[in-house]
Design a protein around this ligand. Structure first.
Ligand code: PRX
Length: 644
């Protein structure tokens, strides 16, 4: 049975799209009818993009966990909500039924309550990909605490900054996390992050790796002990109960930090009702989900993709979501295909960088793997090149599984532009059409709509969205003005995505990449200013400039030009700089290439001409363009001839 809001034919797509533009309030209120409300809304939408203020389903009361769990119990209580595959294929897997998920989430909620967590409090979650991470997220949502999940690849310093920005009082972490053959000492990192911290009162530690950890009296407590105690409180005579907090539609659900063009990551805030509706709606429509299909999203819950398409979207749709703790290449490059075979995965949603990396291993890892269960494939996070698209199509989908190329962002919380699997046509390396309810607009630098195609018949410009969708960013935590200037001020009256885009005559969109100083490295967003700040922390560094360059596997690599005046050995210093970045931001932001230079190309007003640096990093030294406005044009020659 399709979901009431499921679009199942091209004609229906066209009709629904039209309706969604003509009467968005009617369109979204019909979608919203499929959810469980404690009280219905007074008004569907109130908005302006000037402040900005966006309020969907004002006056409505709900709890997202009742939608993700409780309402499925009658029909699906004993069916799998989450299937968990551990890092090590030899270890026992876990199948979490909806009943079990309900119990665990109630326990976490009770545990948090026992420790003084209240609605609106910020709980930072720094865990590996274990089911307890999903319980922690949902446990927060159950009591209305605002979770802020931090990806395990971020450093103590990054966590410290986020804890301070969110004024978090609680942390949930693990002793350690397994990633391939590595053990990441998460609690250790948290301990470092907490040096000098004044807000955190409690750290709850889940045991995963049995890594020795320090436990500070009065602050650090064990998850297992607390959960046992909570179990006695929530379960009476075999009946599990923990009343879900009544949340306002617009109450914040979570904060997720992401990089922008400034040095400091932004705490993107999403609210309860809009987020729930849009993630479920987009999940069902883009992947054409039908129970009991098994959906495998390979992202980490530390990123928005994991929030929306491992946890909330699938669970709100009553789906079976597969969660994988490890990495695609350990113990060997057949790991994903093993998982697909083992659980008869129907939908596989991954990043182009993973596809490109696995492509490099050839067809051998696919041998003896039965991938016939696969029906739908998806990609996310960065543009997919045609070669990778075709490899995915031929070798994984066996040319019978539609590929959805899904474009969206942390700020959009859900997929905005994508084909709907098997319903609207795919086009290699094109995200194709907007979902009904999403109104993109292509503008030129001055904010005028692009109405003239180029000689190839393509419209080229910057991607904006002109009307709110339910899960649009509400604010940046603690600094609403930042939200306004970042997203709503470049082109007044429009939400600006930061992406460049091409549109063909049929209305298909192809995302060409960021037009701001944000890099996309292996599908992870990294601000150049952040990396520069980190490099500049190294004692011998005077100044630096960071740009992206095309990288076969990562999509973009990080190229750093560094003015270094220290006396230490140059090669060693490059390693020290890399280590410094790893300490300040995390291993994900390590530069791939470092070039020492004696100066940077700057305009007379002191602005670094990144355009030139990008060209050189790309190896395009002939076509540098005009350098006459530079303070010292000679520096360009020096950089061109320099060594990495
Ligand atoms: O540049 C776009 C790129 O990733 C950016 C958003 O990054 P983040 O907030 O980390 O979210 C990633 C997961 C949704 C976008 O501004 N991007 C995302 N999906 C695509 C993409 N670029 C091209 N094609 C996509 N399908």
């Amino acid at each position: 049975m399709p979901y009431p809001f499921q679009i199942t034919s091209l004609e229906e797509y066209q009709l629904r799209y039209k309706q969604s533009v003509e009467n968005p309030e009617k369109f979204w209120s019909e979608v919203a009818e499929s959810f469980l409300w404690k009280k219905k809304w007074d008004k569907v939408l109130e908005w302006n993009f000037t402040e900005p203020k966006v309020e969907w389903f004002k006056g409505a009361k709900l709890n997202i966990t009742e939608n993700c769990i409780d309402r499925h119990l009658a029909e699906k209580g004993d069916l799998p909500a989450i299937i968990w595959e551990p890092n090590n294929p030899e270890e026992r897997t876990r199948v979490v039924t909806y009943n079990r998920l309900h119990k665990r989430v109630c326990q976490v909620a009770q545990m948090l309550k026992n420790n003084g967590v209240k609605k609106g409090d910020r709980v930072c979650i720094y865990m590996g990909m274990v089911p307890e991470l999903a319980y922690a997220v949902l446990g927060c949502a159950r009591i209305g605490a605002i979770h802020s999940v931090i990806f395990g690849g971020f450093s103590a310093q990054s966590i410290a900054d986020r804890l301070e920005d969110a004024k978090a009082e609680y942390i949930i972490t693990c002793d350690g996390a397994y990633r391939g053959e590595k053990v990441i000492p998460l609690k250790d990192v948290i301990d470092d992050a907490l040096v000098g911290n004044k807000t955190v009162k409690r750290v709850i530690v889940f045991t995963r790796t049995r890594t020795p950890v320090s436990m500070i009296k009065g602050r650090d407590i064990w998850w297992e002990d607390e959960m046992l105690y909570a179990e006695e409180q929530v379960e009476k005579n075999g009946v599990v109960k923990f009343d879900a907090e009544e949340m306002d539609a617009e109450d914040p659900l979570f904060i997720l930090y992401t990089s922008g063009s400034t040095g400091k990551p932004k705490g993107v805030v999403h609210s309860c009702a809009g987020y729930m509706i849009f993630t479920a709606y987009s999940f069902v429509n883009v992947f054409q989900y039908q129970f009991p299909q098994v959906h495998f999203c390979t992202a980490d819950i530390g990123w928005i993709t994991g929030h929306s398409y491992i946890v909330y979207g699938p669970l709100a749709a009553g789906a079976t979501s597969l969660m994988f703790e490890g990495i695609p290449t350990w113990p060997d490059a057949g790991r994903f295909w093993n998982i697909v075979d083992k659980y008869k995965v129907n939908i596989l949603y991954t990043a182009p960088t993973a596809i490109r990396s696995l492509m490099g291993f050839g067809e051998a890892p696919l041998k003896d793997k039965d991938l016939s269960s696969l029906q739908i494939l998806g990609t996310v996070g960065e543009p997919i090149n045609e070669e990778a698209w075709h490899w995915y199509d031929e070798n994984i989908g066996k040319k019978k599984s539609p590929i959805v190329d899904t474009w969206w962002q942390t700020e959009t919380a859900g997929i905005l532009i994508s084909n709907l699997a098997g319903v609207t046509p795919s086009k290699p390396s094109w995200a194709t059409l907007p979902l009904p309810g999403v109104q993109p607009l292509l503008v030129d630098e001055s904010g005028q709509e692009v109405t003239e195609p180029d000689e190839e018949g393509l419209y080229k410009g910057n991607l904006c969205i002109k009307f709110p969708w339910p899960s649009i960013i509400r604010t940046t935590y603690g600094d609403h003005e930042r939200c306004r200037t970042n997203y709503f001020a470049t082109y007044p009256g429009l939400y600006f995505t930061g992406d460049g885009v091409l549109k063909d005559k049929d209305g298909n969109y192809r995302i060409t990449g960021r037009v701001d100083d944000v890099l996309n490295v292996s599908g992870h967003r990294i601000g150049t200013a952040e990396v520069e700040n980190a490099i500049n922390m190294h004692s011998g560094v005077v100044e630096s400039a960071v740009v992206g360059y095309p990288h076969d596997i990562k999509g973009q690599g990080i190229y750093a030009y560094v003015i270094y005046t220290g006396t230490h050995d140059a090669e060693l210093t490059k390693r020290d700089i890399t280590m410094t970045v790893s300490r300040i931001i995390g291993p994900i932001a390590k530069p791939d290439k470092i070039q020492f230079v004696s100066g940077l190309p700057k305009t007379r007003s002191g602005k670094i001409m990144r355009r030139i640096l990008r060209k050189i990093a790309e190896g395009e030294t002939k076509n540098i363009g005009d350098t006459t406005s530079l303070l010292d044009p000679n520096i360009v020659e020096e950089i061109k001839n320099g060594k990495v």
